[in-house]
Design a protein. Structure first.
Ligand SMILES: Cc1cc2nc3c(=O)[nH]c(=O)nc-3n(C[C@H](O)[C@H](O)[C@H](O)COP(=O)(O)OP(=O)(O)OC[C@H]3O[C@@H](n4cnc5c(N)ncnc54)[C@H](O)[C@@H]3O)c2cc1C
Length: 444
């Protein structure tokens, strides 16, 4: 079936246009961008609706998602709309009838929809499936079961309740376009499913070009319009960097890969072999990009612009830079809320949410864990539960996650089941404050 179309008309191809375009692409729209130097507003047409300078919430409304109703109390609030959050929401709605809100700081679908192209190993899709399509289907499935969405809002504060039988958890989310427009909702259960966020380049000159020449995702749409005249720098030595390099070289572009180690150190052999055989790709190993410089507006909107990358004292004039250099959890607010996290390396700024026995990992490592003290906790510990009652974690944000789409979806499903079991053991949790009668949580 052909995709529905959406159009964006704007003065320049800036960060706002890039965000709107990606938002709509995640909603599975075929997006056409027209640059009109005389345009005063960014005008978006989705189906029969035309919006001027739309916010993510307005865009979501046109995409026919279910936005939050007036009631700001839910059985379950899922934070993060990627595969883990979506799987949890679909199961919580379809099997357990929990009223569910998904808060997503960007667009429904998560990193999976932005980061990966074709997935060949997902159960049931013998011909492979595009990650965006998979996520789009999951968004539709969540909608079918009436999960509600708060897109474009990032959770900035979280007050977990120490006793959900008497007091609900409180979650505050903020819209970056309107920082004063904060939304606070309460819930009996919370799922942390915030994944990890692509790591950004730290060179001071890189920030000015974010979404305007330097990108942290490589979508199939990015290859549209790329020709043999283009030179593209891909930074990173992982599978996604390799895939991006092949995608652009497939369009005839000259690709320069800047890799900190060697091509074969972290990349799947099947991808590095293709890169070695590709005449359009130059691999520069043991290097980092040291500098970026250019006129502010990159091509194609400014034909005179030259984004220049310097590495190993050599300068490359490029069309665009794709930096695909790992990802980090953004868990400050989770840690501030008293959720136990584990750092993979001592130098890591943020940790990953600890669940199950990992809650005690630090104490075990330090030799301060006292069995007698935690005997009761150990009996109740479940794989997806954090140290706060009624707060669960699933997907990439969870320590020990495998960081795959299939495992994230599996963890979300498992978390929904863990929540169901938690409610069976603590039926009064749903009655807290709002007095919602527990309906049929005793389903097998
Ligand atoms: C470049 C790249 C390539 C990859 N390639 C593959 C592949 O080929 N195959 C594969 O199986 N996996 C691949 N992965 C991994 C896969 O994408 C992840 O494992 C999967 O998306 C994890 O799902 P998740 O739901 O845990 O998190 P995500 O998909 O990251 O979703 C988390 C969501 O939470 C949102 N969020 C974060 N913080 C907040 C907040 N404070 N408030 C509200 N929302 C928030 C984010 O915007 C995001 O949408 C790749 C990942 C990357 C980065």
């Amino acid at each position: 079936m052909p995709k529905p179309t959406a159009t964006i008309t704007a003065k320049a191809k800036d960060k706002t246009v890039e965000r709107i375009k990606r938002f709509l692409e995640l909603g599975d729209y075929d997006v056409k961008v027209t640059i009109d130097p005389n345009a005063t507003d960014t005008v978006v047409t989705v189906g029969t609706t035309t919006l001027k300078n739309p916010t993510p919430a307005q865009l979501a409304a046109t995409m026919d998602l279910l936005l939050p109703k007036k009631s700001s109390t839910y059985d379950l609030v899922v934070i993060g709309g990627g595969p883990a959050g979506l799987a949890a929401a679909i199961n919580a709605r379809s099997l357990y009838d929990l009223t569910t809100l998904i808060i997503e700081q960007y667009a429904p679908g998560g990193t999976a929809a932005t980061a990966v192209n074709q997935i060949d190993n997902y159960l049931g899709f013998d011909e492979g499936i595009d990650a965006g399509d998979l996520c789009h289907r999951a968004v539709l499935q969540a909608k079918k079961f009436e999960a509600q969405w708060l897109p474009g809002y990032g959770v900035t504060a979280f007050k977990p309740s120490d006793d959900p039988k008497t007091k609900k958890h409180e979650i505050t989310a903020t819209n970056s376009d309107a920082p004063h427009d904060a939304v606070t909702v309460s819930a009996s259960l919370v799922l942390l499913a915030t994944g990890v966020i692509p790591r950004k380049l730290t060179q001071p000159t890189a920030a000015a070009f974010e979404d305007e020449g330097i990108y942290y995702y490589a979508l199939p749409a990015d290859a549209e319009g790329v020709t043999a005249k283009d030179t593209i720098v891909v930074i990173g030595g992982g599978d996604s960097a390799g895939r991006a390099a092949l995608m652009f070289s497939g369009k005839g572009a000259k690709v320069v890969m800047l890799i900190r180690d060697t091509l074969t150190k972290t990349m799947l052999k099947v991808i590095s072999d293709k890169i070695k055989a590709d005449k359009n790709i130059t691999v520069v190993e043991n290097t980092e990009a040291t500098e970026f410089d250019a006129i502010k507006t990159p091509p194609p909107d400014n034909p005179n612009a030259k984004l220049t990358v310097v590495a190993k004292a050599k300068s490359y004039a490029v069309t665009a830079v794709y930096a695909l250099i790992s990802a980090d959890p953004q868990t400050k607010w989770i840690e501030d809320a008293g959720i136990t996290v584990v750092r993979k390396n001592e130098t890591d700024k943020y940790g990953l949410a600890a669940t199950g026995l990992d809650i005690f990992l630090d104490a075990i490592k330090k030799g301060t864990f006292k069995y007698e003290e935690h005997k009761k906790d150990l009996e109740n510990v479940t794989d997806m539960a954090t140290n706060k009652p009624g707060v669960f974690a699933a997907g990439d944000v969870r320590y020990r996650a495998e960081r795959r789409i299939a495992t994230a979806a599996g963890e979300g499903t498992e978390a929904a089941l863990a929540m169901h079991n938690y409610l069976k053991a603590n039926p009064k949790v749903l009655d807290a404050e709002a007095g919602r009668a527990a309906p049929y949580y005793y389903l097998a």
